[in-house]
Write a protein that binds this ligand. Structure first.
Ligand code: NAD
Length: 259
């Protein structure tokens, strides 16, 4: 059975990649793209005759995939709840309380999933980092290193923070234990601190490494993004996972069998 797909934020960088990949994927039938102006998807470079609309259409059993802007989430959630349509949200920058309300709204009548990073590999890395931190304990120093292209405006990356948060949750630390870079008379390293280091260089899409060092050994885990399509691929995998599921909230880790 094909999955009816509606992409919100259809004209954006992520929206067009998701639609382009879905157009060539027999699991999906593109119902429509939704963005700020109406038209057709083909001029956006998407191989589909589906329309570009300004509001989410009612389509029984459809999955709405949203990569747009944080201000849109409440309205999207209400429409999904009203039509009983599943929601995969990858939009970042949504205030935690607002995101929680929106997901709860959808989850009353349909399945809902949000992930700030839709990469399958990154979500596996988060689970492994938490597991290693918990298992290795205080004898191992933990340092996170991320690298991105020279145009990136924020540091550290959201994914580096997600790694720190996963390690904190697994070991009873908090963000107050994260130490950014080191300079000058820093004193000896404490056991609790998590070192955080951001490199900015060239056209790097996104590299993340976590070091666990102690007892005469070093374990390094990491993820390297080769293409931005990995987020689109993860979003489509999440859409396929949610299709036909019972109403409720779901997580990437659950989809990947990590919990
Ligand atoms: P973009 O600016 O290229 O595209 C956003 C699109 O959404 C635009 O076409 C815009 O017109 C549309 N839009 C914005 N508000 C809208 C509204 N209220 N109604 C309808 N359409 C609206 O941005 P992008 O690079 O595609 O990223 C989109 C979002 O996805 C951002 O929040 C970004 O941080 C996030 N993102 C998440 C992941 C992940 O893995 N979760 C990966 C990449 C990007």
């Amino acid at each position: 059975m094909t999955i009816p797909l509606i992409v919100h934020g259809a004209a954006g960088r992520m929206g067009t990649r998701i639609l382009s990949l879905a157009a060539g994927d027999p699991r999906f039938r593109i119902v429509a793209g939704v963005d700020r102006s109406a038209g057709a998807l083909r001029p956006l470079g998407v191989d589909s005759d589906a329309p570009l609309l300004t509001s989410i259409p009612a389509e029984p059993g459809a999955v709405v995939v949203d990569f747009s802007h944080h201000t849109a989430i409440a309205g999207i959630a209400q429409v999904c709840a009203r039509h009983g349509q599943a929601l995969v949200s990858g939009t970042t920058g949504i205030a935690p309380a607002e995101l929680d309300t929106a997901l709860a709204t959808v989850a009353g009548t349909a399945p809902a999933l949000h992930a700030g990073n839709m990469s399958v590999g990154v979500n596996v890395l988060l689970a492994i980092a938490a597991r290693l931190a918990r298992t290795l304990g205080d004898e191992y120093d933990i340092e996170i290193v991320e690298a991105h292209h020279h145009l990136k405006k924020d540091a550290p990356s959201g994914t580096a923070w997600a790694l720190a948060d996963a390690i904190c949750a697994a070991t009873g630390r908090t963000r107050a234990d994260v130490v950014h870079g080191r300079e000058g008379d820093t004193g000896a390293r404490t056991k609790r601190e998590i070192g955080m280091h951001a490199l900015r260089m060239g056209d790097v899409i996104g590299d993340h490494s976590v070091y666990f060092v102690g007892n005469g050994e070093r374990i390094t885990i990491g993820h390297v993004a080769h293409t931005r399509d990995l987020f689109a691929t993860g979003a489509l995998r999440a859409a396929a996972f949610l299709h036909g599921k019972a109403a409720g909230r779901y997580r990437m880790a659950e989809m990947l069998g990590l919990e």
